[in-house]
Design a protein around this ligand. Sequence first.
Ligand code: ZN
Ligand code: ZN
Length: 284
Amino acid sequence: MHTNLEYYAKRQGMNTFTTLILVLLHIGAVAALFFFSWKCLIVSVVMYYIATGLGISMGYHRLHTHRSYKVPLWMEHFFALCGALTLEGGPIFWVATHRIHHQNSDQPGDPHSPRDGSWWSHIGWILFGETNHNNTRLMSKYAPDLAKDPFYVWLNNYHWVPNVVLAVILYVAGGLPLFLWAGCLRIVFGLHATWLVNSATHMWGARRFATRDDSRNNWWVALMTFGEGWHNNHHAHPTSARHGLAWYEFDPSWLLIKVLKAFGVAKAIQVASVHSRHSEKQAA
Ligand SMILES: [Zn+2]
Ligand SMILES: [Zn+2]
């Protein structure tokens, strides 16, 4: 298994197509700044919450990867669809990559550890690492629970389709400015925010728990990612639906899970407390 993981993390040549798309998106994101309007900003913020907040934080991460709470299947599918809107790949790819990260955090086999260089952990692993975005068969080994669901398999293979549909809608509804804002700029901001969880929160911030990795609690990354920046708490208690464990650790996704619980939608919620002892077993 370890040979496989090392192979997976091995650096190879530049991923030309991914790099080209990212360069174009960044150009679009800068261009957006010349077309500011309040409408564009508001739509972008709402789309950002749907994609990165509901899709990544609520969906791909706390639900699909760690199964820290349960919701009806239709809502699980909806969160996954939102996750695809970040252009961070389909659910099977994302979940598999993240589970490998937890298995080997800051050790050989970690797809994105700052110990291999801070830029590597931020964007290098995307540009130069092995891309298995569409290799559903390989990634399914690490996410067999998701691979059983035909919807997740479809979404993993065609993870870019929801964004193409959204791009057309944005262009028709608001022309070039809305396309640049809620499409390009919103995606680029979301990518960097998520990548900061891999880079910044393994370098900068406080460590409440003595985990075996370099994870940190970083308030400004938490603000950008709806609570994902409380990353040391998370590595100490990976299955906890609550990441901000102290009252002052703002965790919007945890608040939403509590609301869903109040309505009887979210169930089987796992929670660590600030006083819970970090257990090696839980972190394994
Ligand atoms: Zn981590
Ligand atoms: Zn995690």
